[in-house]
Design a protein around this ligand. Sequence first.
Ligand code: NAD
Length: 520
Amino acid sequence: NFSSLPEKELNDSAIAFGQPKVKLLVGGEFIDSKTSDWVDVVNPATQEIVSRLPLTTPSEFDAAVDSAKAAFPKWRDTPVTTRQRVMLKLQELIRRDMDKLALNVTTEQGKTLGDARGDVFRGLEVVEFACGAATLQMGEFVENVSTGIDTYSIRQPLGICAGICPFNFPAMIPLWMFPVAVTCGNTFVLKPSEKDPGASLMLAELAAEAGLPPGVLNIVHGTNDVVNRICDHPDIKAVSFVGSDKAGMHIYSRAAATGKRVQCNMGAKNHAVIMPDASPEATMNALTGAAFGAAGQRCMAISTAVFVGDSKPWEEGLKQRAMKLKIGCGTEPGADLGPVISKQILAVQAKERICSLVESGLKDGARVVLDGRNVEVPGFTSGNFVGPTILADVRPDMDCYKEEIFGPVLLCLKAETLEEAIEIVNSNKYGNGTAIFTTSGPAARKFQHEIDVGQVGINVPIPVPLPFFSFTGSRGSFAGDLNFYGKAGVHFFTHMKTVTTQWKDSPGGVTMAFPTSQKV
Ligand code: NAD
């Protein structure tokens, strides 16, 4: 049911009076919403209310789209070199404010400060990429397609584009979206996650400081209703979404129904296949970081390990490493993983969901190697902490395997052969990322060739491509046909116009037959 947010969540805001209000950005002005419906932005390590987020009213939403519409003609006609220079300045300002941005990410999302800096940095790299967008916008030219006739193609911006963001990368994912869109000449309406909107606002302030004109970037807040307005608004031409597959498939079909271009990056279950010949130390270190870093709340986290051959020595090695990790508030020195985000859109606590999927795995016959469900963090007793958890003897028919857990939980499966491991990975509905750990070239080559997953690591646990490539999740993890950033990202935010020209100095006669380049 996608109709509306549960009542309880809306009323939660009553306790938050006196907290700062999260602003809307409309026509270059950071303004307070006039809505009477607010939700709380909560620090997941402490449960303190950081700010109150407005559920943007319909008229405020329309004003944001109108301001993007009004800004479009002038921005489209601004030289691409000028648009790139705004990005050049923006990347400098993000570097200047890296620590402030990271602190905001940690406060609202919970990840450790070091990890939060990584969040900002991976977004910054997309801004750097956008500085060279002109080259990728280049068209093509064929002279003399027929006598005296030339044809060329040009890439033009679409108009108003919109972005809908998840909670887990509050800086990186908005930066996957608007820098590429606006450098291509579009204007933008951004809807950050309602759980951690702060980084988006800070980035928008920096974009304004960098010279992005008023109205080119607008920010609205809210949940299902504002998302549906984005899908339905006739003036919005394209929607970028990152989040769960449930919301993503809804948005994909609803926005496409009004003729929009849509790209949806969705849920994941990323498998690592570990061959018996894999280098033990390097592999176990890589798996530990990829499974438990960011408390498992990365769309490219390794949440499933498939051991080819004997799994016991690997399980023990992983357990030893995981037990050494320090769980704590993200701002605490030495913390390795912070809390999980608290509230889910469907009013289920993230921690509750993670723990119940672990419980269901145990009921279904999985064996616990490490149980982090009852972890206690001194000084932060009300935080949503879950410690590293490892379940072994997991089978593909278990719910804990079928569902995305999105927490610091590593599931261990066994396979007799590489073929069987590949079959397991290819039978899973998701196709975001995968990795093989091996010292065998032939095994790696076979895996790369036969695996049906969009992003493959060979001895690389989280193979998120840098922005000159694209983020190429596949199958159940992606809907659309043009991926985020890279060439595909530029193509998503531009459409092709093909021009055929002829310059004749004599008029010629009337031709009634369909024009062809030779006599037929
Ligand atoms: P989410 O789907 O709950 O929320 C994402 C956005 O969609 C938010 O802005 C939210 O307001 C909106 N939304 C949520 N439910 C909606 C509904 N029913 N109708 C309309 N709008 C709705 O996702 P989340 O919990 O914020 O993020 C975690 C999910 O995102 C995980 O599934 C993770 O795998 C996925 N993710 C994927 C990628 C990727 O690149 N594939 C990257 C990051 C996160």
